[in-house]
Write a protein that binds this ligand. Structure first.
Ligand code: GLC
Length: 427
C-alpha cells in the first residue's frame, strides 16, 4: 500500500540523539495544561479570551535557540498547531492564527530562523486533531463531547473538508520555511468515536511531505501501518528498547516533559531533577533511542526559571559528556552493563561508555570485558581509571578463576558531575 513512499535516511537523527520539543500556544495563558479545552470542556467562545490577548512581548527565539544549543540539543520540534487549532504561523487557510492576535507576527518563521542560525535542525509538530475547525466532528475526546446540541450538528460537518484543510496547511509548512528535517503529526485514535487514517486521509497528507520534503523524517502517529520513520513512546522509557515485529531494532524517540504537562503549567510542581533527566537521556541512548525533551514557554514568550535551570544543568553535563551520547547506541551484543549502570557505545571510536547512576564502593564488576579493555578514563576530566581483577580475589579463592570479573576501580568520592562516565577504549 505504501510502497510508493521512499524511506528518508535517519542517520542524522540517530546520531544527534537529543532534541528540544516546544509546546507553545494560547494554552500558555490559562497555564494549566495544553488539553485545558478538553479537560474543562471549554467552548470556542470561552477560549476566545486567550486569542484576543495573546501577546508574547518578550519572545526572543534567539535566546531559546541559544539555550537549546547550550543544553546540547541538536534538533527542535515546535507545535505549529496544537489540538486547540490555533496556528502559530499566518496561515492563509484560517483566521484562527497568529496574525489576528495582538502579537500578529509569524512565530514559526522567527523560531525557525533563530534555531537554524545555531545549526539546530528543524522539526514541525502538527496536530491532526483540531477542536476549533468547524468541519471537525465532535468525538470522544472533543471538548464538546458532552454537548448534545453540538454533537447533533455532526451530520453537517464534513471531515473531508477538514482533511483538505490539513493538506493545504501542511503544504504551507512544506513550502514557506525552507528545509524541514522532521514532521511530527499528532495523533490518531481510530475506532469507536475516534479518528484515524480514514478521517485524516493520512496517505494523501503524507504524500505531500514526501513530495516536497522527501528527506524529512515523519513520526508514526498517522495511523498508516507502513509509515513512520521513528516510533514515539511518550512519557515512559521503554524497558528494553523497541523492536519491529521481526525483532529488529527500530528508530525511536521518547518524548518527555520536565513536569507533567507539555504546555506551560504554572502550578504544576512535579519537575524532574537535572540528574534524572540526564539518566533518562542516557537510558534511551543505551537502548538505541533519542530524547525529545519539552519546554512549554510562558505566555510572554520566556522559558520559565525551572526549565532554564534544567537546560543549563544538562548543558553543563553534555559539554563534558557529549561523546557518550552523540553517535552512540547500545553496547555490542553480549556486553551487559553492571547494576545501576548503562552502557552506550560509539562504533566508530570503538569506545564503550559506562554511565554510573548510583555511586558504588570502589569496584564495578564488568562481565565480559576482561580481554577487551585497552584503556579506561573518566570522561569528564580524562583521568585514568584503574582496571584490575576483583580486589578480594586472591584471598576469596577466586584468583585465577576464568570467570573472575574484571573490575573498574573508582575513587571513594563520586566526581562532581551528575552522572559520571567512564570511557572504555576497546581492543
Ligand atoms: C499527546 C498529547 C499532546 C502532546 C503530545 C506530545 O499526544 O495529546 O498534548 O502534544 O502528546 O507527544
Amino acid at each position: 500500500m505504501t510502497s510508493r513512499f521512499k524511506k528518508p535516511d535517519p542517520a542524522w537523527f540517530v546520531h544527534d540523539r537529543f532534541g528540544m520539543f516546544i509546546h507553545w500556544g494560547l494554552y500558555a495563558m490559562p497555564a494549566r495544561h495544553e488539553w485545558i479545552r478538553n479537560r474543562e470542556e471549554i467552548s470556542i467562545a470561552d477560549y476566545q479570551r486567550y486569542f484576543d490577548h495573546f501577546d508574547p512581548d518578550l519572545f526572543d527565539p534567539k535566546e531559546w535557540a541559544r539555550m537549546a544549543k547550550l543544553a546540547g540539543m541538536k534538533y527542535f520540534v515546535i507545535t505549529t498547531k496544537h489540538h486547540d487549532g490555533f496556528c502559530l504561523w499566518p496561515s492563509a487557510h484560517t483566521d484562527y492564527c497568529i496574525k489576528n492576535t495582538p502579537y500578529q507576527r509569524d512565530l514559526i518563521r522567527a523560531t525557525v530562523d533563530a534555531f537554524r542560525a545555531e545549526g539546530i535542525k528543524v522539526g514541525f509538530y502538527y496536530s491532526l486533531i483540531d477542536w476549533h475547525h468547524p468541519e471537525f466532528t465532535i468525538d470522544k475526546i472533543h471538548p464538546m463531547r458532552n454537548n448534545a446540541e453540538e454533537r447533533a450538528k455532526n451530520n453537517q460537518r464534513d471531515m473531508r473538508k477538514y482533511a483538505k484543510y490539513m493538506r493545504d496547511q501542511v503544504l504551507e509548512l512544506c513550502t514557506q520555511y525552507g528545509k524541514i528535517d522532521l514532521f511530527w503529526f499528532d495523533f490518531s485514535y481510530p475506532g469507536e468515536d475516534g479518528k484515524g487514517s480514514n478521517e485524516w486521509e493520512s496517505e494523501e497528507l503524507y504524500a505531500i511531505v514526501q513530495e516536497l520534503q522527501p528527506h524529512a523524517l515523519v513520526d508514526n502517529r498517522l495511523d498508516l501501518p507502513d509509515v513512520g520513520d521513528f516510533v514515539t513512546p511518550e512519557q515512559f522509557q521503554p524497558a528494553n528498547g523497541l523492536k519491529d515485529k521481526d525483532g529488529n531494532p527500530v528508530v525511536w524517540e521518547a518524548c518527555q516533559t520536565f513536569s507533567g504537562s507539555w504546555g506551560y503549567f504554572r502550578d504544576e510542581h512535579t519537575w524532574k531533577s537535572v540528574d534524572l533527566l540526564i539518566r533518562m537521556l542516557v537510558d534511551g541512548v543505551s537502548k538505541g533511542g533519542n530524547l525529545l525533551l519539552n519546554v512549554g514557554p510562558t505566555a510572554r514568550g520566556l522559558f520559565d526559571a525551572r526549565a532554564k535551570e534544567r537546560l543549563s544543568g544538562m548543558g553543563e553535563w553534555m559539554e563534558l559528556h557529549g561523546r557518550s551520547v552523540y553517535g552512540c547506541g547500545p553496547a555490542p551484543d553480549g556486553l551487559v552493563a553492571p547494576p545501576d549502570c548503562r552502557y552506550t557505545y560509539n562504533a566508530e571510536r570503538n569506545s564503550l561508555y559506562l554511565h554510573i547512576f548510583a555511586w558504588p564502593f570502589r569496584d564495578i564488576y564488568c562481565p565480559g570485558l576482561a580481554e577487551r579493555i585497552a584503556y579506561a578514563q573518566f570522561l569528564h576530566d580524562g583521568s585514568e581509571v584503574h582496571i584490575g581483577e576483583v580486589h578480594e580475589a586472591s584471598w576469596s579463592g577466586m584468583a585465577g578463576n576464568a570467570s573472575t570479573p574484571v573490575a573498574i576501580q573508582v575513587p571513594i568520592v563520586k566526581p562532581n558531575v551528575h552522572v559520571p562516565v567512564i570511557e572504555i577504549f576497546l581492543k
